[in-house]
Design a protein around this ligand. Structure first.
Ligand code: ADP
Ligand code: DAR
Length: 463
């Protein structure tokens, strides 16, 4: 095995590094489960692939999972590594097997999940699944040629949808040109791309995500990236993101069933198209790049306003409430983005694997019910009170000395946290008290969430 397969390290150096990361980052499941014994049980070719699976967790010590599969069979091939890691992350028994079930007829009231029953008006709702064709590598292992070939394979499937009166639609591709200079008839302008990202129809450049970048999932951008969208705008299929495909339905409404049922119907149409065969594991259900998405590959989300639980401008309190309810809180731009200035957040169940699809959509409905009750309680049942002055110092109860003691501790334990890396006492003291208060709000997320990669958000356009 040549050292270039292990980023210039030999196996001894690699596992010395793995051990150091594991000792300092017990939450990094990659370095927890990647042992020398497992690694040495494979031949050199397999070792190189296993390293590529684990590279993101070695490059990003603050990873929670720290790995992505490179090929659809990797979860089986490298089961000695992946299986305990997967069951740890998903809190599953050693013998748990995934079951697929979209039958939502028994959920809610007569199978209807109506958010107006929760006191909510029309809201933005979305259900997406990750899917990968078994005949291709997963995005982390694809080269430019394979990414283009995959896009061209999907053009046939998109044509079947475009020709179907229930869907119609158009293809929006970022690929500058196909192989041998062949022109791409679906290439869109930068302006159109920006418009589609702003409308949550297309995805951001993945280079901004250090986890995906390390894994090779963001490589060859923008070749083999884009989406198909139905004529009514509610059905979307991304190609070339973290999974080969992200298939979704999204609309504003009050019945969660509408996006759930329509996605189920669309998946049946797509899976019936010639040449479309999704990778499925006997143990883990639908195969995805990230072990977090295995099983259903489903994230079902709504955008809700919770001004009381976000009255400090961050998602900290909302996460304290949502976590025990099995809900994730994301920003209005999705993973790793800020919450809305009006308190709008993206809420979705955390579970993807060893849970049925119908249970996920019901979990979303019941979770939002409990979250909105907590929102009301937080606000005393009335309009949100002004943020209470912090007891003690002005920075979440800390004075500047205590704040920078904490910043130093976080920086030492989390070298990937750029907020605590660049927020120095000298910089902080160079501002007046008003500006210090705003700068603290910019940095609070990185201080509250040590595993942040950036760890900061601007509060004002001129920040
Ligand atoms: P994924 O949901 O595929 O894991 P993200 O969390 O990054 O990835 O979300 C992808 C895009 O979908 C983002 O632009 C995000 O704002 C958007 N999105 C997710 N849920 C909703 C929703 N309920 N309504 C509108 N947009 C949404
Ligand atoms: N941050 C990486 C990935 C976590 C799950 N998010 C995905 N798949 N987009 C980690 O290992 O913590």
């Amino acid at each position: 095995m040549c050292s270039s397969d292990l980023d210039g390290m030999d196996a001894d150096a690699l596992f010395a590094k793995v051990g150091e990361i594991a000792a300092a980052n017990p939450g990094n499941r990659c370095t927890k489960y990647l042992t020398r014994e497992i690694f040495d049980s494979f031949d050199d070719t397999a070792k190189a692939v296993l390293f590529r699976c684990a590279k993101t967790g070695i490059d990003n010590a603050d990873s929670g999972l720290g790995c992505y599969a490179m090929q659809p069979n990797d979860y089986s091939t490298f089961g000695k590594f992946f299986d305990p890691l997967i069951r740890d992350y998903h809190g599953a028994a050693a013998d748990a097997k995934h079951i697929t079930d979209w039958d939502a007829s028994g959920v809610g009231e007569g199978g209807v999940l109506d958010v107006t029953k929760l006191g909510l008006d029309e809201l933005s709702m979305r259900v997406r699944v990750g899917r990968n064709l078994k005949k291709y590598n997963l995005p982390g292992m694809m080269d430019k040629a394979e990414r283009i070939d995959f896009e061209k394979t999907m053009l046939g499937a998109f044509k079947a949808l475009i020709d179907n009166p229930d869907y119609g639609g158009a293809i929006y591709s970022l690929t500058p040109e196909f192989a041998d200079g062949e022109a791409n008839p679906n290439l869109i302008s930068t302006e159109k791309y920006d418009e589609l990202v702003k409308a949550h129809v297309l995805f951001k450049d993945m280079d901004a995500d250090p986890f995906l970048k390390s894994a090779g999932i963001a490589s060859d951008w923008p070749y083999g990236r884009g989406c198909w969208q139905s004529t009514d705008g509610q059905c979307i299929i991304w190609f070339g993101e973290e999974d080969q495909l992200r298939i979704m339905c999204m609309k504003k409404g009050t019945l969660l069933n509408e996006v759930f049922d329509r996605l189920n119907a669309m998946l049946k149409v797509v899976e019936a198209i010639e040449g479309i065969e999704f990778a499925i594991s006997d143990d883990y259900g639908y195969v995805t790049s990230c072990p977090s998405n295995l099983g259903t590959g489903m994230r079902a989300s709504v955008h809700v306003k919770i001004p009381n639980l976000t009255k400090d401008g961050t998602d900290t309190r909302a996460k304290e409430i949502a976590g025990p309810l099995g809900l994730s809180v994301r920003g209005t731009g999705g993973e790793h983005t800020p919450i809305g200035a009006d308190g709008t957040v993206d809420i979705s169940p955390q579970s993807r694997l060893f849970i049925k699809e119908c249970e996920i959509i019901e979990k979303l409905y019941n979770g939002v019910k409990l979250l909105m009750e907590a929102e009301q309680a937080e606000g005393g049942g009335a309009a949100p009170a002004a943020a209470p002055a912090a007891a003690g110092g002005p920075y979440d109860g800390m004075d500047a000395d205590a704040l920078f003691k904490k910043v130093g501790e976080i920086a030492a334990a989390n070298p990937g946290n750029r907020c605590t890396k660049y927020l120095t006492r000298e910089i902080f003291d160079s501002f007046d008290d008003t500006a210090k208060g705003v700068l603290f709000r910019c940095a609070k997320t990185g201080i509250d969430n040590q595993d942040s990669g950036l760890g900061c958000y601007a509060m004002q356009p001129n920040d």
